[in-house]
Design a protein around this ligand. Structure first.
Ligand code: PGA
Length: 249
Protein backbone atom coordinates (compact mmCIF):
# COMPACT_ATOMS: atom_id res chain seq x y z
CA UNK A 1 0.00 0.00 0.00
CA UNK A 2 1.22 3.55 -0.67
CA UNK A 3 1.34 5.27 2.69
CA UNK A 4 1.81 8.86 3.80
CA UNK A 5 -0.29 10.15 0.93
CA UNK A 6 -0.54 13.94 1.09
CA UNK A 7 -3.54 15.19 -0.88
CA UNK A 8 -4.51 18.82 -1.40
CA UNK A 9 -8.07 19.80 -2.28
CA UNK A 10 -8.05 23.37 -3.54
CA UNK A 11 -11.85 23.55 -3.73
CA UNK A 12 -12.97 26.71 -5.63
CA UNK A 13 -9.59 28.43 -5.34
CA UNK A 14 -6.69 29.09 -7.74
CA UNK A 15 -7.47 29.75 -11.40
CA UNK A 16 -4.87 28.91 -14.06
CA UNK A 17 -2.45 31.76 -13.26
CA UNK A 18 -2.57 31.17 -9.48
CA UNK A 19 -2.02 27.47 -10.27
CA UNK A 20 1.13 28.24 -12.29
CA UNK A 21 2.36 30.48 -9.46
CA UNK A 22 1.75 27.72 -6.88
CA UNK A 23 3.96 25.29 -8.79
CA UNK A 24 6.71 27.91 -9.20
CA UNK A 25 6.86 28.15 -5.40
CA UNK A 26 6.16 24.52 -4.44
CA UNK A 27 9.41 22.72 -3.72
CA UNK A 28 8.97 20.28 -0.87
CA UNK A 29 12.30 18.98 0.35
CA UNK A 30 11.66 15.26 -0.03
CA UNK A 31 14.60 12.91 -0.08
CA UNK A 32 12.58 9.80 -0.98
CA UNK A 33 9.77 9.11 -3.41
CA UNK A 34 7.14 9.05 -0.64
CA UNK A 35 4.93 10.79 0.39
CA UNK A 36 3.04 10.76 -2.83
CA UNK A 37 1.43 14.15 -3.32
CA UNK A 38 -1.98 14.46 -4.97
CA UNK A 39 -3.34 17.87 -5.91
CA UNK A 40 -6.95 18.53 -6.86
CA UNK A 41 -7.15 21.93 -8.58
CA UNK A 42 -10.43 23.31 -9.96
CA UNK A 43 -11.19 21.61 -13.32
CA UNK A 44 -10.56 24.86 -15.16
CA UNK A 45 -6.97 24.88 -13.84
CA UNK A 46 -6.17 21.24 -14.55
CA UNK A 47 -4.36 21.85 -17.84
CA UNK A 48 -2.29 24.64 -16.28
CA UNK A 49 -1.38 22.25 -13.44
CA UNK A 50 -0.41 19.49 -15.89
CA UNK A 51 1.98 21.88 -17.64
CA UNK A 52 3.32 23.37 -14.42
CA UNK A 53 4.12 20.12 -12.64
CA UNK A 54 6.10 18.62 -15.55
CA UNK A 55 9.20 16.82 -14.32
CA UNK A 56 7.73 16.37 -10.83
CA UNK A 57 6.87 12.66 -10.64
CA UNK A 58 6.06 12.91 -6.93
CA UNK A 59 3.01 15.06 -7.77
CA UNK A 60 -0.13 13.53 -9.30
CA UNK A 61 -3.22 15.48 -10.27
CA UNK A 62 -6.91 14.89 -9.86
CA UNK A 63 -10.29 16.45 -10.57
CA UNK A 64 -12.63 17.47 -7.73
CA UNK A 65 -15.84 16.05 -9.19
CA UNK A 66 -17.19 14.14 -12.20
CA UNK A 67 -20.60 13.33 -13.62
CA UNK A 68 -21.37 9.66 -14.29
CA UNK A 69 -22.59 9.94 -17.90
CA UNK A 70 -19.85 9.73 -20.55
CA UNK A 71 -21.09 12.77 -22.53
CA UNK A 72 -24.17 14.71 -23.48
CA UNK A 73 -26.49 17.52 -22.47
CA UNK A 74 -25.28 18.04 -18.88
CA UNK A 75 -24.32 21.71 -18.83
CA UNK A 76 -21.48 22.48 -16.47
CA UNK A 77 -20.49 18.88 -15.78
CA UNK A 78 -17.31 16.92 -16.59
CA UNK A 79 -17.20 13.26 -17.64
CA UNK A 80 -14.62 10.87 -16.21
CA UNK A 81 -13.10 10.27 -19.65
CA UNK A 82 -12.68 14.00 -20.23
CA UNK A 83 -10.92 14.36 -16.88
CA UNK A 84 -8.50 11.60 -17.90
CA UNK A 85 -7.77 13.24 -21.23
CA UNK A 86 -7.12 16.55 -19.43
CA UNK A 87 -4.45 14.84 -17.30
CA UNK A 88 -6.34 13.80 -14.17
CA UNK A 89 -5.34 10.48 -12.61
CA UNK A 90 -7.54 10.80 -9.51
CA UNK A 91 -11.03 12.05 -8.68
CA UNK A 92 -12.56 13.15 -5.38
CA UNK A 93 -15.94 11.49 -4.89
CA UNK A 94 -18.43 12.17 -2.10
CA UNK A 95 -16.62 15.14 -0.55
CA UNK A 96 -18.80 16.55 2.22
CA UNK A 97 -19.29 19.83 0.34
CA UNK A 98 -20.69 17.86 -2.61
CA UNK A 99 -22.95 15.94 -0.25
CA UNK A 100 -24.09 18.83 1.95
CA UNK A 101 -23.89 21.93 -0.27
CA UNK A 102 -24.95 20.28 -3.54
CA UNK A 103 -27.18 17.54 -2.12
CA UNK A 104 -25.22 14.59 -3.55
CA UNK A 105 -26.75 11.30 -2.40
CA UNK A 106 -25.11 7.96 -1.56
CA UNK A 107 -26.50 6.58 -4.85
CA UNK A 108 -24.94 9.40 -6.87
CA UNK A 109 -21.63 8.82 -5.10
CA UNK A 110 -21.83 5.17 -6.13
CA UNK A 111 -22.55 6.10 -9.78
CA UNK A 112 -19.55 8.43 -9.81
CA UNK A 113 -17.29 5.73 -8.32
CA UNK A 114 -18.38 3.29 -11.04
CA UNK A 115 -17.88 5.92 -13.76
CA UNK A 116 -14.38 6.63 -12.45
CA UNK A 117 -13.41 2.94 -12.47
CA UNK A 118 -14.87 2.62 -15.97
CA UNK A 119 -12.39 5.21 -17.28
CA UNK A 120 -9.37 4.21 -15.17
CA UNK A 121 -9.64 7.29 -12.94
CA UNK A 122 -8.65 6.46 -9.35
CA UNK A 123 -11.38 7.54 -6.90
CA UNK A 124 -10.61 9.08 -3.54
CA UNK A 125 -13.91 8.40 -1.79
CA UNK A 126 -14.78 10.69 1.13
CA UNK A 127 -17.04 9.78 4.05
CA UNK A 128 -17.75 11.51 7.34
CA UNK A 129 -20.41 12.45 9.86
CA UNK A 130 -21.89 15.87 10.69
CA UNK A 131 -21.67 17.37 14.17
CA UNK A 132 -25.30 16.49 14.81
CA UNK A 133 -24.72 12.87 13.81
CA UNK A 134 -21.66 12.72 16.10
CA UNK A 135 -23.64 14.18 19.01
CA UNK A 136 -26.34 11.54 18.39
CA UNK A 137 -23.64 8.80 18.58
CA UNK A 138 -24.25 7.87 14.96
CA UNK A 139 -20.67 8.11 13.63
CA UNK A 140 -20.29 4.38 12.93
CA UNK A 141 -23.73 4.05 11.37
CA UNK A 142 -23.20 7.02 9.01
CA UNK A 143 -19.71 6.16 7.77
CA UNK A 144 -20.56 2.47 7.36
CA UNK A 145 -23.65 3.39 5.32
CA UNK A 146 -21.63 5.78 3.15
CA UNK A 147 -18.82 3.34 2.44
CA UNK A 148 -21.15 0.43 1.72
CA UNK A 149 -23.07 2.55 -0.78
CA UNK A 150 -19.90 3.86 -2.43
CA UNK A 151 -18.41 0.38 -2.89
CA UNK A 152 -21.65 -1.28 -3.92
CA UNK A 153 -21.10 -3.16 -7.19
CA UNK A 154 -17.49 -2.14 -7.79
CA UNK A 155 -15.83 -4.54 -10.23
CA UNK A 156 -13.53 -7.29 -8.92
CA UNK A 157 -10.80 -5.79 -11.07
CA UNK A 158 -11.12 -2.39 -9.40
CA UNK A 159 -8.26 -2.61 -6.98
CA UNK A 160 -6.91 0.89 -6.89
CA UNK A 161 -8.75 3.49 -4.86
CA UNK A 162 -8.38 5.56 -1.70
CA UNK A 163 -10.71 6.45 1.11
CA UNK A 164 -10.82 9.58 3.24
CA UNK A 165 -12.47 9.98 6.63
CA UNK A 166 -13.45 13.63 6.89
CA UNK A 167 -15.69 14.51 9.82
CA UNK A 168 -17.79 17.38 8.49
CA UNK A 169 -17.45 19.38 11.73
CA UNK A 170 -13.65 19.39 11.33
CA UNK A 171 -13.57 20.73 7.76
CA UNK A 172 -12.44 24.33 7.52
CA UNK A 173 -13.21 24.93 11.20
CA UNK A 174 -9.80 24.59 12.85
CA UNK A 175 -11.20 21.62 14.83
CA UNK A 176 -9.43 18.32 14.28
CA UNK A 177 -10.56 14.85 15.33
CA UNK A 178 -8.45 13.55 18.21
CA UNK A 179 -6.05 10.77 17.23
CA UNK A 180 -8.32 8.38 19.13
CA UNK A 181 -11.47 9.50 17.25
CA UNK A 182 -9.62 9.22 13.94
CA UNK A 183 -8.20 5.81 14.91
CA UNK A 184 -11.64 4.49 15.77
CA UNK A 185 -13.27 5.71 12.52
CA UNK A 186 -10.37 4.46 10.39
CA UNK A 187 -10.48 1.06 12.11
CA UNK A 188 -14.19 0.75 11.34
CA UNK A 189 -13.59 1.67 7.69
CA UNK A 190 -10.81 -0.92 7.39
CA UNK A 191 -13.09 -3.60 8.93
CA UNK A 192 -15.99 -2.81 6.60
CA UNK A 193 -13.70 -2.87 3.57
CA UNK A 194 -12.30 -6.22 4.70
CA UNK A 195 -15.80 -7.59 4.93
CA UNK A 196 -16.75 -6.27 1.47
CA UNK A 197 -13.51 -6.82 -0.46
CA UNK A 198 -11.62 -9.44 1.52
CA UNK A 199 -8.52 -8.84 3.59
CA UNK A 200 -5.96 -8.79 0.79
CA UNK A 201 -7.72 -6.12 -1.24
CA UNK A 202 -8.81 -4.08 1.79
CA UNK A 203 -5.29 -3.91 3.19
CA UNK A 204 -4.13 -2.20 -0.02
CA UNK A 205 -6.47 0.79 0.31
CA UNK A 206 -4.94 3.89 1.93
CA UNK A 207 -7.33 5.66 4.33
CA UNK A 208 -6.66 9.40 4.57
CA UNK A 209 -7.77 11.70 7.37
CA UNK A 210 -9.14 15.14 6.47
CA UNK A 211 -10.34 18.11 8.49
CA UNK A 212 -8.15 21.11 9.45
CA UNK A 213 -4.87 19.27 8.87
CA UNK A 214 -1.79 21.51 9.04
CA UNK A 215 1.96 21.18 9.49
CA UNK A 216 1.62 21.12 13.30
CA UNK A 217 -0.90 18.28 13.60
CA UNK A 218 -0.01 16.11 10.57
CA UNK A 219 2.65 13.98 12.28
CA UNK A 220 0.42 13.05 15.22
CA UNK A 221 -2.37 12.07 12.85
CA UNK A 222 -0.08 9.97 10.67
CA UNK A 223 1.10 8.09 13.77
CA UNK A 224 -2.42 6.69 14.27
CA UNK A 225 -2.91 3.10 13.06
CA UNK A 226 -4.83 2.97 9.77
CA UNK A 227 -4.22 6.67 9.04
CA UNK A 228 -2.27 6.33 5.78
CA UNK A 229 -2.29 9.92 4.63
CA UNK A 230 -4.10 13.24 4.87
CA UNK A 231 -6.50 15.25 2.73
CA UNK A 232 -5.81 18.95 3.20
CA UNK A 233 -8.04 21.87 2.23
CA UNK A 234 -7.06 25.36 3.43
CA UNK A 235 -3.45 24.55 4.23
CA UNK A 236 -2.88 23.15 0.71
CA UNK A 237 -3.52 26.51 -0.99
CA UNK A 238 -0.24 28.08 -0.01
CA UNK A 239 2.81 26.43 -1.61
CA UNK A 240 5.06 26.77 1.43
CA UNK A 241 2.43 25.58 3.92
CA UNK A 242 1.61 22.54 1.77
CA UNK A 243 5.31 21.79 1.33
CA UNK A 244 5.73 21.98 5.13
CA UNK A 245 2.97 19.38 5.56
CA UNK A 246 4.60 17.05 3.02
CA UNK A 247 7.94 17.48 4.77
CA UNK A 248 6.52 16.79 8.25
CA UNK A 249 4.94 13.64 6.89
P1 PGA B 1 -9.71 21.74 5.52
O1 PGA B 1 -10.50 20.95 4.35
O2 PGA B 1 -8.32 21.17 5.56
O3 PGA B 1 -9.75 23.17 5.10
O4 PGA B 1 -10.44 21.48 6.79
C1 PGA B 1 -10.36 19.57 4.18
C2 PGA B 1 -11.23 19.09 3.04
O5 PGA B 1 -12.33 19.60 2.86
O6 PGA B 1 -10.84 18.18 2.29
Amino acid sequence: MISNVIAGNWKMNHGPSATRKFFEDFFPDLSFPEPRILIFPPAISLLAAVEARKGRPEVALGIQNIYWEPKGAYTGEHAAGMAVSAGAEYVLVGHSERRHVFGETDEQVQQKVLAAFGEGLIPLICVGETLEERQDNRVDEVIVRQIRAALNGIPETATQFLLAYEPVWAIGTGETATPSDAGSAHGILRDVMTEILGGDRASEVPILYGGSVNSSNVSDLLDVPNVNGVLVGNASLDASSFAAIAESA
